[in-house]
Design a protein around this ligand. Sequence first.
Ligand code: SF4
Length: 325
Amino acid sequence: MNDLANIPNAAPDGERPPRQRKPDWIRVRAPVSKEYNETRKLMRELNLNTVCEEAACPNIGECWSKKHATVMILGDVCTRACAFCNVKTGMPRAVDPMEPENTAVAAAKMGLEHIVVTSVDRDDLPDGGAGQFVKVIEALRRNTPNTTIEILTPDFRGKMRAAVEAICEAGPDVYNHNLETVPRLYPTIRPGARYYASLRLLEEVKAHNPLIFTKSGIMLGLGEERLEVHQVMDDMRSAEVDFITMGQYLQPTPKHAKVEEFVTPKAFDAYGSIARAKGFLQVASSPLTRSSYHAGDDFAVMRAAREEKLAKEAMRPRKQDRLKV
Ligand code: SF4
């Protein structure tokens, strides 16, 4: 099997520090299939960016071969410079007015039952880019009404409430916003963001429309402690987050934050069990878990779990009925 993880990491001239060797459990297929090439061609033709490529996601070979891709709207240049992220930082270009329709065309051509749409941070725009998310959701509803929609948004710093309200009104099925790491590591890993502001965003989605599923994720291996991860889970549950994702942080280039630890698959399983015990409707926890990895299948499981929970609640006798007996 080809293995991206085993491509030599050291620069030939020896000037840059070598990247850490990845353990055997982080093995991924090289992107070589016919479907991978077709997905790539379609994205180019429609002038769409994907986070799969821009973030150098290790799952791209698998996902694109199954024609799953996460569209990244609002350009490929981000106004923030997070220490974990491979997306370019700088002054972004003007918003592409064709992006909403092209995203819908991509969903139709790929026959997507579920689509994930994310974006770069656009602190330069008055609405932070919320309007473009709304247009994309509307275009998808018009063109592929059976496709369920998951959005993964930035924190809309300074304009969160209006942005969340507008997006919730457009009615995505899943609203994802990642906390990314534990609060102690924010100043070094996510310096442009605030942990409690991100939590508030997730609360705001539920307050606006409790039927929208909320989802959030963290990367492990950045130096966080086990109890800090448990605390993040509790914080997410307090904000009524339905779905938690936990995956191994991988250093995209030697300039990015170092991997402090390769968390073992067993430890990921243990975190997963704890998260389930804390009441999340859905949990994804493994070294290669990413926000959008298997998102469609996980959405179906989460929706079924909610229906089951509601059915059980409906069966339970209400307190006043019990008192009558
Ligand atoms: S996990 Fe998400 S970002 Fe990575 S390749 Fe799959 S769809 Fe793209």
